[in-house]
Ligand binder design. Structure first.
Ligand SMILES: Cc1ncc(COP(=O)(O)O)c(C=O)c1O
Length: 625
C-alpha cells in the first residue's frame, strides 16, 4: 500500500507504514493517529500541526556531516559554516529547535528584515554567525552595529552601493569617538549572470532584484579601500533561488562566484574568506516516480560545492574560501506535518438508498436500473459506455421538460453507481479511458483546513505537497480524490490529477474518523499562510523523544479564538462583545431562560477557533464515549 502514496520517494525514512497506520520512524515509533487522538482527547479540534524537532536535528546534522565529509574527501582547507534563514520559518517553537543546535554546530541565523534581525540577535549565541540580507535602511544597519558591538559575529550583506554608503556613514557615527572601533563584517551580494531553475529562479540572473553588478563590485571595493575598511570585507554572497530542482545551474553559479572571489582576492581583498552560497538546496515533494522534483542528493550538492571551489582556488592561486550556506527549506520542510480530519465526501449522496424509483419510470431510467443490476466484469466496459450515453440523453430530456426532477436525480445516482462499479470491476486495466473516467467520478473530500493558510505555495504557485491518509492503510483506497478545504473560495481545492492520481478510502465519516496528513510543510508555508476567511494558523503541538525513545507531546498552542482573530485586525472586541450581548438581552423574541442559553452558547463559540467541528453522528459519538 506504501507505493500508493510515494512515501519511499518523499519520506526520507522519517515515516513508515506499519500495519494500517503511518508511524514516526524514530524512538518508540508512535503512530500519527495515536498522536492526533491524544491531542484531540485533550479537547483540541480542527487541523493540528505536529512539529518534530528530531527531524530538524537530522537535517542540520546531515548538512554539516556531508560538507565535512566532502572537505575531507577533497582535501579542502576552507571551513564550513551555516545559518538558518528566518524567512523560512520564524515560529518560536521552530526557532527553539534551531537554537537547541546552535552551540553544538555554531549554527546561526540569517535575517532579512528588522524584526528578523531582532530575533537573530536574541536567539543566536555569541560565536555562531548572523548574516543580514535584503534591503536595509539606516536603522537596520544600526542594529547590526549594535549586534557587532554586543559581541555577535555578524555580517551585513550589501545589496547596493547606497547600503555601503550608509555603512560608512554609520561607521563614522558609531566608531569615531570610541576606544574600540567595531564594525559588522561586510558581505557583498553579487549579481550573477547565472540564474536558477524552477518556480523560484528569479533570485539569480541579471534581471534579479538583488546584488551588485561587477562594475558596482569594483566601485564598492574602492570605497572600502578609501575608507580603510577593507579588513571588514569578508564575504561574497549569492542565492540563485529556492528549490533548485537541478544541479547544473548551481555548478554554473559556483564557477562564476568562485572566479569573482579569486579576482577580488588577487586585487587585495585579504580579509575576504567566505563564499556564501545562499539556499536553494531542494526538497523532494514528489509522490510519483515520473514526477520527481530534484535530480541530485545532498552528497552530490556538497561534493560539487567543495570540488569546484577547491579547483578554482588552486588554479587562481588563492586560499580556499570557507563555505557558508543559508539552506532553509532543506532544514525546515520535513519537521512539520498537518493532520486534518475529513468532514464529508460529497458524492455519498449518490447512494443506492437515495434512489426514488417510481412504479413507472421513463424507459431510459429503467434501462439504467437494469444495467446497474446486471453489470459484470465481462460487460462492464459496454455498460459503462451505455450509461454515459444515456446520461447525456436524460439531461437533454430534462432540459426539454420531458422528465421531472426525481427522474433526473435517479439518473444521476444510477449513472454514478454504474461508473463506480465498472471502474472497480475493470480496476486492473490502466487505460487512458479509465483514467479519464476515474477523474470524472472523482470524490470530493471536504477537509477541515485552509489551503490558503496551510499550503499557500500550493495555491499561489502550484507547488505539490505529499498528502496521504494516516490510517486505514491495509485497505485498498478506491476513490479518485480531489480535496476541498473549508474556505469559501473555489480556489481552495487540490484538484484530482490524472497524471498523479490521489486515491483515498471510501469512508462513511458519519460513522468513522478519517484523517489526512499533509507532509513537508515546515518551510515557508506557516509564515506565508494567509488568513483568508479568517482561518488562522492551526493548533500546533511539539512531539519530542527522550533518550530512551519515549515520546512526549508538549507546547500545545491552540489556534486563535474568534475574538482574538478580530482583535488582531484591530476590531474593538469590547464593543463587539457588548453589542452582541445587548442584542440578545434586548431581544423581544426570547424568554429569559432562552436568553441565558443563547448567551452561554455565544460565549462558548467565541472562545473557540474558526475551524469546523468534525461532524459525527450521535451514535458514533456515544460509541466513542
Ligand atoms: C538570501 C537567501 N538565502 C537563503 C534562502 C533560503 O533558501 P532555501 O529555503 O531554498 O534554502 C533564501 C530564500 O529565498 C534567500 O533569499
Amino acid at each position: 500500500m506504501k507505493r500508493d502514496y510515494g512515501l519511499e520517494i518523499w519520506g526520507d525514512d522519517n515515516f513508515i507504514v506499519d500495519g494500517d497506520v503511518v508511524k514516526v520512524n524514530y524512538g518508540c515509533r508512535p503512530s500519527l493517529l495515536d498522536l492526533t487522538r491524544d491531542i484531540r482527547s485533550r479537547g483540541y479540534r480542527g487541523p493540528i500541526l505536529l512539529r518534530f524537532p528530531h527531524l530538524v536535528r537530522k537535517q542540520v546534522e546531515k548538512l554539516f556531516s556531508e560538507f565535512d565529509r566532502a572537505r575531507r574527501e577533497f582535501g579542502y582547507n576552507g571551513g564550513f559554516h551555516a545559518v538558518f534563514p528566518l524567512k523560512v520559518n520564524q515560529y518560536p517553537a521552530f526557532v527553539d529547535s534551531i537554537s537547541a543546535l546552535s552551540d553544538e554546530y555554531r549554527y546561526g541565523l540569517e535575517a532579512g528584515s528588522k524584526a528578523e534581525l531582532i530575533i537573530a540577535m536574541a536567539r543566536t549565541p555569541r560565536g555562531a554567525p548572523i548574516t543580514v540580507n535584503g534591503f536595509k535602511d539606516k536603522e537596520m544597519i544600526s542594529l547590526a552595529f549594535i549586534a557587532a558591538k554586543s559581541g555577535h559575529d555578524i555580517t551585513v550583506t550589501i545589496e547596493g552601493i547606497n547600503e555601503l554608503e550608509t555603512i560608512l556613514e554609520l561607521n563614522r557615527e558609531f566608531n569615531s569617538d570610541c576606544e574600540k572601533p567595531i564594525t559588522p563584517k561586510i558581505g557583498m551580494r553579487i549579481r550573477l549572470h547565472s540564474s536558477g531553475i524552477g518556480i523560484w529562479a528569479k533570485s539569480g540572473g541579471y534581471g534579479s532584484k538583488f546584488g551588485l553588478t561587477s562594475t558596482e563590485l569594483l566601485e564598492a571595493y574602492e570605497m572600502l579601500k578609501r575608507e580603510k575598511l577593507l579588513d571588514a570585507f569578508s564575504m561574497i554572497h549569492f542565492h540563485i533561488g529556492s528549490q533548485m530542482g537541478e544541479i547544473a545551474p548551481l555548478k554554473k553559479a559556483l564557477r562564476e562566484a568562485g572566479n569573482i572571489y579569486a579576482e577580488l582576492k588577487k586585487r587585495g581583498a585579504e580579509a575576504l574568506k567566505q563564499i556564501n552560497i545562499g539556499g536553494g538546496l531542494a526538497v523532494e515533494y514528489g509522490q510519483h516516480q515520473h514526477n520527481i522534483d530534484r535530480n541530485y542528493s545532498i552528497k552530490e550538492f556538497a561534493n560539487d560545492v567543495i570540488f569546484l571551489m577547491g579547483e578554482i582556488s588552486r588554479s587562481k592561486g588563492v586560499d580556499e574560501p570557507d563555505i557558508f550556506t543559508e539552506s532553509g527549506r532543506f532544514v525546515a520542510a520535513s519537521h512539520a506535518v498537518l493532520i486534518a480530519p475529513v468532514l464529508e465526501l460529497f458524492s455519498q449522496e449518490y447512494h443506492a438508498r437515495s434512489l426514488r424509483l417510481k412504479d413507472k419510470n421513463p424507459p431510459l431510467v429503467e434501462e439504467l436500473n437494469d444495467l446497474y443490476n446486471s453489470i459484470t466484469r465481462a460487460n462492464a466496459r459496454e455498460y459503462l459506455h451505455d450509461a454515459l450515453d444515456h446520461m447525456e440523453s436524460l439531461l437533454t430530456l430534462f432540459d426539454l421538460g420531458y422528465i421531472d426532477l426525481e427522474d433526473r436525480s435517479n439518473s444521476e445516482i444510477l449513472v454514478h453507481l454504474i461508473v463506480k462499479r465498472a471502474v472497480e470491476l475493470l480496476g486492473n486495466e490502466d487505460t487512458s479511458e479509465l483514467r479519464r473516467i476515474q477523474s470524472r467520478i472523482q470524490e470530493k473530500y471536504l477537509v477541515n483546513f485552509s489551503i490558503f493558510q496551510s499550503l499557500p505555495d500550493m495555491w499561489g504557485l502550484g507547488q505539490h505537497f505529499p498528502v496521504m491518509p494516516i490510517h486505514k492503510l491495509s485497505e485498498k483506497p478506491s476513490r479518485s480524490a480531489s480535496i476541498w478545504d473549508i474556505t469559501c473560495d473555489s480556489d481552495g481545492e487540490i484538484a484530482f490529477d490524472q497524471d498523479a492520481p490521489l486515491l483515498l478510502h471510501d469512508v462513511d465519516v458519519e460513522k468513522e474518523e478519517y484523517f489526512l496528513g499533509f507532509f513537508l510543510i515546515g518551510a515557508y508555508q506557516e509564515v506565508l499562510g494567509m488568513r483568508h476567511n479568517l482561518f488562522t494558523h492551526p493548533t500546533e503541538a511539539i512531539v519530542d523523544f527522550g533518550d530512551g525513545g519515549e515520546c512526549t507531546v508538549s507546547g500545545i498552542l491552540e489556534a486563535q479564538n474568534l475574538l482574538d482573530i478580530l482583535d488582531d485586525l484591530d476590531y474593538d472586541t469590547g464593543l463587539i462583545d457588548k453589542t452582541l450581548k445587548s442584542n440578545i438581552e434586548d431581544s423581544t423574541l426570547m424568554s429569559e431562560s432562552e436568553k441565558q442559553d443563547m448567551l452561554g452558547k455565544l460565549y462558548l463559540y467565541m472562545s473557540e477557533n474558526s475551524y469546523l467541528k468534525t461532524i459525527l453522528s450521535s451514535e458514533y459519538r456515544n460509541a466513542e464515549g
